[in-house]
Design a binder for this molecule. Structure first.
Ligand code: TXA
Ligand code: MG
Length: 352
């Protein structure tokens, strides 16, 4: 029989999951759901397969990848030393949206770690991801399944849009429940540090380990503040920490609630088409605006965020205006992603 066409979205039957595991064993790459965003998976122990991820994404090869594991018992094959606090956090939050950066075991390929002495590990909670990991029974290296610098995919259709037939197949796991990438917590130095905020917050972590982790760029975090530029040479490379990331092609602006409608009207008055993403300001029902009502609930806002940005980016608007976000810890991850989207928006997409 002829081989199935590449890049097809497949319902997550047991047959499809087994085929995905076979494709991974053969060194191919597959789109897979997780509870955060869709991943572009490869056998983490196969350097050639991992190289295909970088080629498909157009991502610089020195950016490390997260290794997804079937369960915490696999940790010792990937990490050489596991602090007690990391074990406590794995117990508390795995399967779930928390990535632990630990000293790596010798056999972990440099292609996965970006040549660093650490490795990022996570057990995802999506049932299809777990089923695939259990059938595969080893680590799956998977970055978000978007082209480098673009919005992360939260549906199987997004993965197809981003990567087309570069992937062997896309396992369809529906819309991702969390919608933004995992919290990354670095345990490779004395004080644990959040390198990338996510649904599991600094307070959540403090409740388990009894001390609050450092949070990279904490002083700058806030409703309308853009994040600082990428990490310096002495800190681990985190591509999600580049200031310009998760970016739509349409220019984005973040505004306080009180200025939102006024600015939209000004831009419309100058002949621009304006799209607005607002969670507390009511739709003024002005026919000149493409108005997108976001939820004021942080989990629901995160769930919809990337799909909304994709939709607004495709709406033909000249500008996307975003209502600024609350400044509390629970909104930090979303404020972080929107801040980066603002910095990166409107760029020539061929350069990312
Ligand atoms: O939720 C998620 O984490 C998703 C899903 C698919 O699991 N994955 C994801 O992968 O967001 P990616 O590659 O788009 O982002 C992972 C981030 C990158 O910024 C990478 O640099 C960082 O994790 N990272 C991975 N290993 C690292 C390490 N050893 N040290 C420092 N940063 C690391
Ligand atoms: Mg990513």
């Amino acid at each position: 029989a002829p081989a199935p066409a590449r890049g097809l979205i497949e319902p997550p039957t047991l047959t499809a999951i087994q085929r995905a595991a076979d494709l991974l064993r053969a060194g191919d790459i597959v789109g897979m759901p997780t509870e955060t965003v869709y991943g572009l998976g490869a056998d983490a122990l196969n350097p050639e397969a991992v190289a295909r991820i970088f080629a498909a994404k157009g991502r610089p090869a020195d950016h490390p990848l997260i290794v997804h594991l079937p369960d915490a018992s696999h940790m010792t094959r990937w990490a050489s030393s596991i602090p007690k606090e990391a074990i406590a956090l794995a117990r508390a939050f795995w399967p779930g949206p928390l990535t632990l950066i630990l000293k790596r075991e010798a056999g972990v390929p440099d292609e996965v770690t970006g040549g660093q002495d650490t490795v990022g590990l996570r057990v995802p909670s999506h049932s299809i991801a777990l089923a695939l990991l259990q059938v595969f029974d080893s680590g799956i290296a998977a970055p978000s399944a978007n082209r480098f610098g673009r919005i992360s995919p939260t549906t199987a259709a997004h993965v197809q849009e981003e990567l087309g037939d570069k992937v062997a197949m896309v396992l369809d796991g529906g819309a991702c429940a969390v919608g933004i990438e995992s919290t990354i917590l670095d345990f490779s130095r004395d004080t644990p540090e959040i390198l990338r905020p996510g649904a599991i917050t600094a307070d959540d972590i403090a409740r388990i380990i009894g001390r609050r982790p450092r949070v990279r760029g904490e002083a700058d975090a806030g409703s309308a503040a853009a994040p600082k530029a990428g990490p310096d040479e002495n800190t681990p490379r985190v591509s999600g920490a580049l200031a310009a990331h998760y970016a739509p092609a349409t220019p984005l602006k973040m505004l306080a609630a009180a200025q939102l409608v006024e600015e939209a009207a000004t831009l419309a008055g100058e002949g621009s088409r304006v799209a607005v993403l607002a969670h507390s300001v009511a739709d003024p029902h002005d026919a000149r605006f493409i108005w997108h009502a976001a939820s004021a609930d942080v989990a629901a806002y995160g769930h919809d965020l990337y799909a909304s940005l994709r939709e607004l980016d495709a709406s033909g608007a000249d500008f996307i205006l975003l209502e600024g976000l609350p400044a509390d810890d629970a909104w930090r991850a979303i404020a972080d992603r929107l801040g980066r989207a603002v910095v990166g928006s409107g760029a020539d997409q061929d350069e990312t």
